[in-house]
Design a binder for this molecule. Structure first.
Ligand code: ZN
Length: 354
């Protein structure tokens, strides 16, 4: 059994349509009335959007129902599905904690409540019957003011048992005016010993080389191999890994054809840049991680050897995987030991024969 690492999954986009629809049926009569039929809801929820901005709007639908009270409900189902259907051994879950606080509270009270959100998510991820190593990435957000984003960095530093890094989300095309502010926040996070990733070079409008030196991993980063391949040697030298989420680019209109991904991977491989394959929003897309892998194989973007290299890179670049090797190696050792025992017992049996 292969076990995988998922480095880029949003809590908001992680709810598969059937779980969300059933939640509405059970708990939200007005939304349930809007979508009485499941298949209609699935079509609405998973259909491709015109742009990244329109796509991100859909996140707000899920964010609005993921409150402090309901988070355990959604996270239990997320962990169960990830274990049963995706063979995940490791999961980094990312979200903006401020957007899960009570919107009726003052900004100061919401900042205070973020700690409860992080603890609730952390505890809900620990499901004994579906064991997965999990950690959180807290996302700063382009819609939030400086003080809130700084509090998110402080919160991440305060909860190393639950949080392994920070990210910047909310659409990379709008960083421009506040670039200095985000650079300063990333520098602050690095000073506090935090690991960093960031949504960057996802779209043609989101290419800010000034942010690159502050990141250990690059959220998406596909425009680097596509439009700025001259940056790849620097990315390789810095040991940065690209978190490539194939389905997203077609859901957001960033790419048009699957074969455009071939150049992303081939240029990265040539330059020695690691790529981790991720889902971004497995629920919103209705495409789980093993199907991202399978799609890349069937579209002939990767061969099996290249796919395995990406799967191993995911464990190598995981911020909170506690072992030196991916779990496949542990299983191989286990298998060798079992075979060793079997082999010696076969020999013993053979020795007893006349
Ligand atoms: Zn993302």
């Amino acid at each position: 059994m292969a076990l995988y690492a998922e480095l880029h999954r949003h809590l908001g986009g992680s709810v598969v349509p059937r779980i969300l629809w059933r939640y509405f049926q059970r708990n939200d009569p007005s939304r349930a009335a809007r979508f009485p039929d499941y298949s209609e809801f699935e079509t609405f929820y998973t259909k491709p959007r015109q742009s990244l901005d329109e796509y991100l709007e859909l996140h707000t639908l899920v964010e609005s129902v993921q409150t402090l009270q309901t988070l355990p409900y959604f996270i239990f189902r997320l962990i169960r599905g990830a274990y049963i259907f995706e063979n995940l051994a490791y999961l980094e879950l990312r979200y903006t904690p401020y957007l899960r606080t009570d919107p009726h509270l003052s900004e100061a009270s919401r900042i205070e409540q973020m700690a409860d959100v992080v603890k609730t998510v952390g505890l809900a991820c620990q499901v004994p019957e579906y064991p997965i190593v999990t950690s959180q990435i807290l996302c700063m957000h382009t819609r939030l003011p400086y003080a809130v984003n700084r509090a998110i960095v402080d919160l991440a530093a305060h909860f190393p048992q639950f949080v392994c890094g920070i990210d910047l989300a909310g659409g990379d095309s709008v960083y421009g005016d506040r670039l200095g502010e985000f650079i300063q926040l990333y520098a602050y996070a690095r000073d506090r010993g935090l690991k960093t990733t960031g949504h960057l070079y996802e779209t043609a409008n989101g290419c800010y080389p000034q942010l690159l030196p502050y990141l250990q991993r690059i959220g998406h980063g596909i425009q680097i191999p596509l439009r700025y391949p001259e940056l790849l040697p620097e990315v390789a030298a810095a040991g940065q890994c690209l978190e490539v989420c194939p389905t997203t680019y077609f859901q957001t209109g960033t790419l048009e054809r699957y074969d455009q991904l071939r150049l992303v991977f081939s240029r990265c491989f040539e330059a020695g840049v690691d790529v981790a394959i991720c889902t971004d929003n497995a629920g919103l897309h209705n495409v789980r991680l093993p199907f991202e892998y399978e799609n890349l194989l069937t579209h002939d973007i990767l061969n099996f050897k290249e796919l395995q290299a990406c799967q191993e890179a995911a464990f190598r670049h995981a911020f909170a995987w506690p072992h030196d090797h991916p779990p496949a190696l542990l299983l191989s050792h286990l298998l060798q030991n079992t075979l060793g025992v079997l082999g010696s017992s076969v020999l013993e049996c053979g020795a007893e024969k006349p």
